[in-house]
Design a protein around this ligand. Structure first.
Ligand SMILES: NC(=O)c1ccc[n+]([C@@H]2O[C@H](COP(=O)([O-])OP(=O)(O)OC[C@H]3O[C@@H](n4cnc5c(N)ncnc54)[C@H](O)[C@@H]3O)[C@@H](O)[C@H]2O)c1
Length: 251
């Protein structure tokens, strides 16, 4: 993958931005895109903002990106919105629809547009950002099902495009210190200490750690790996069930 072009959605912030840095450090060429405009001096950015859930915009921008920058060898779907923690009777259907649209439909549309081009060229690697919520449960009634569907979509597309030489994998971050999570802490809805207490490594995940895992999955070091979902969670999934037994032991 050395020198090859990798498109990263949601690249303006958090995990997407960290993926861009990790991809560059691994010798690939990141191209960041987002719904929000980038500073004009950002050298790695596609300067036309677009919404990944908008079919017309995705089709138009992917074509424009390849025409201007060359063929995409990698795609990372990091654009997403975190779920609203509301009871089903309180969660408005327009919020449910918007989370599904960005987190699932957007991932599908980007995969469809970029993956089919990769398949025609018989090479490429895609990483979808899911979540530990995809394989557990949480009071986020649209976000959780959307992320579970992203994991299933990842396996489905891996089987679809594997014969054409395109790999498709997912990375599921645990609680990762990004602006989105910081907003959750600031609002009082989420509590940092509680998240740390249930994770085996007793800490949050740093965005750069997700970035490194994504860069590795994109690259030739992972050339036989497709259709997997890799948790990068500081031991959240293995630690959380210990709550039923009184919690993790002290170090
Ligand atoms: N932070 C966490 O703890 C955590 C945990 C698990 C999974 N994730 C997932 O990681 C991804 C990134 O999350 P983050 O924490 O970095 O969030 P973030 O809010 O810091 O960054 C998300 C980026 O996506 C962009 N975006 C949002 N909607 C978009 C749209 N419709 N089209 C294009 N771009 C859009 C935003 O502008 C922003 O730049 C999301 O898919 C999220 O679900 C995050």
């Amino acid at each position: 993958m050395s020198g090859r072009l990798v498109l990263v959605t949601g690249g303006r912030s958090g995990i997407g931005a960290a993926v861009g840095a990790a991809v560059a450090a691994a010798g690939m060429r990141p191209l960041l895109c987002d719904l929000v405009a980038f500073p004009l001096e950002e050298p790695m950015a596609w300067q036309t903002p677009f919404d990944v859930s908008d079919e017309v915009a995705v089709t138009r921008e992917v074509a424009a990106i390849e025409a201007e920058c060359g063929p995409l060898a990698g795609l990372v779907n990091a654009a997403g919105i975190l779920g609203r923690m509301q009871r089903p009777e309180k969660l408005r259907m327009e919020d449910w629809d918007r989370e599904m649209a960005v987190d699932l439909r957007g991932t599908y549309l980007m995969c469809r547009e970029v993956g089919s081009r990769m398949a025609a060229r018989r090479m490429g690697s895609i990483v979808n950002i899911a979540s530990v919520v995809a394989v557990s449960s949480a009071p986020v009634h649209s976000y959780g099902p959307a992320k579970a569907a992203v994991v299933n979509l990842t396996m489905t597309l891996a089987a679809e495009w594997g014969p054409s030489g395109v790999r498709v994998n997912a990375v599921s971050p645990g609680f990762t210190r990004t602006p989105a999570l910081e907003r959750g802490f600031a609002s009082g809805v989420m509590e940092e200490k509680r998240m740390i207490d249930i994770s085996a490594l007793r800490r949050l995940v740093e965005p750069s750690e997700v970035g490194c895992a994504v860069a590795w999955l994109l690259g030739d070091g992972a050339s036989a790996i497709t259709g997997i979902n890799l948790p990068v969670d500081a031991g959240f999934l293995c630690g959380v069930t210990w709550q039923a037994y009184g919690g993790l032991r002290g170090s």
